[in-house]
Design a protein around this ligand. Structure first.
Ligand SMILES: Nc1nc2c(ncn2[C@@H]2O[C@H](COP(=O)(O)OP(=O)(O)OP(=O)(O)O)[C@@H](O)[C@H]2O)c(=O)[nH]1
Ligand SMILES: [Zn+2]
Length: 339
């Protein structure tokens, strides 16, 4: 068989599969529409997506908090964990999602091909976890803050393993003071004391949060303590036979015992500085914002230009030199990545 013929045959197979798929989806939608018209589904109710497996979703009702496995009307775009939806209950515990609410914000991550894909929505705060050990490298915190600022979601700094801090408090305490002065909430934790998570509990109550941070800082340890009843937290998804191991990357929303929610997945935990441009980095340093647009040259790169408002602020001591150095390093690393 010639190479060409084989590839034509393959193409045909692919087209056939796609056509069948589209037809199936259309049939299901017509079928749904019939059922909706015939009143086989209950009334429209608000809910929230707490997990998703392709076009199958677990939706928690806003009123009675019951979870129903729903499918998505074929005319709706893919939803993510955290999305507010309108759904209708069907027979045997299932249902159909008929509309998506507007998103306050969305957390995105590049997929295998480098395309940004939403992974979770409607998040109130990103908890950036770092630790006394392994200690954060210079500008790690700034990198996370810039990435968080670009999403529009409030970042919160969580310093874990404070049981390992020297009595004097060390440099990290000083560093944290600087971020507090910029207006960032800072919380310190330890999993080694019974009440070591008290300040964290206060920060989480009534909000939807995600945890991010470097390996080894204690994210799993903290989350295990926050969700004591969720031993199967991530593992239970891979037991779902319909999607195999792929579902382990799916974000899931967990209610916190004291109120509030946590959205977690391995992918979310690895959230970091990806796909940012120079402008996002510049605006990600919140104390720079009041000076932006005040440089003598409109295209000022804030390097050595005369009349640079940022450099003048650093000079006066209004911008900390370490934050400015950090800014330059992050910009330089973007240049490296795009080369
Ligand atoms: N001393 C001390 N050790 C801690 C604390 N919290 C976690 N650890 C330890 O730090 C190590 C790493 O904790 P993990 O919870 O696995 O960290 P992680 O951030 O989930 O790491 P990855 O799974 O690699 O992303 C473990 O040996 C924990 O026991 C703490 O408050 N104090
Ligand atoms: Zn400038």
């Amino acid at each position: 068989m010639s190479k060409r013929k084989l590839s034509r045959q393959q193409r045909w197979r692919i087209e056939k599969i796609q056509a069948e798929r589209a037809e199936r989806a259309a049939r299901r939608d017509v079928h749904d529409q019939d059922k909706l018209d015939a009143g086989e589904y209950g009334p429209e109710r608000p809910g929230r997506v707490i997990a998703h497996f392709g076009r199958t979703l677990d939706v928690q009702d806003d009123t009675d908090h019951q979870v129903s496995r729903c499918h998505l009307r074929a005319n709706l775009d893919a939803l993510v964990t955290g999305d507010h939806v309108i759904w209708r209950a069907g027979g045997n515990g299932g249902g159909v999602v008929v509309a998506r609410g507007t998103r306050d914000n969305v957390l995105e991550r590049p997929d295998a091909r480098g395309q940004l894909k939403p992974v979770a929505a409607n998040i109130d705060q990103i908890l950036i976890v770092f630790a006394v050990e392994p200690s954060p490298y210079a500008n790690l915190i700034d990198r996370y803050l810039v990435a968080a600022e670009a999403t529009g979601i409030q970042p919160v700094l969580v310093l874990n393993k404070v049981d390992l801090l020297p009595a004097s408090g060390g440099e990290l305490r000083e560093l944290l003071g600087r971020y507090e002065a910029l207006g960032y909430p800072v919380v310190t934790t330890t999993t080694q004391h019974v009440d070591g998570l008290a300040p964290l509990h206060r920060q989480l109550t009534g909000r939807t949060s995600v945890f991010v941070g470097q390996s080894g800082v204690g994210k799993s340890s903290l989350i295990d303590r926050l969700l004591p009843d969720q031993v199967l937290r991530i593992g239970d998804l891979s037991a779902d036979s319909r999607k195999g191991t792929h579902t382990t990357t799916t974000a899931r929303l967990y209610p916190l015992p004291a109120g509030g929610e946590l959205i977690d997945s391995p992918g979310i935990r690895e959230f970091g500085l990806t796909h940012l441009d120079a402008q996002q980095v510049t605006e990600g340093f919140i104390e720079f914002r009041e000076y932006l647009g005040h440089c003598r040259f409109r295209d000022c790169r804030h390097r050595a230009e005369p009349g640079c408002a940022l450099l003048a602020a650093v000079e006066r001591g209004d911008i900390h030199p370490q934050r400015f150095a950090s800014y330059r390093r992050i910009l330089d690393s973007l240049d490296d990545e795009s080369r």
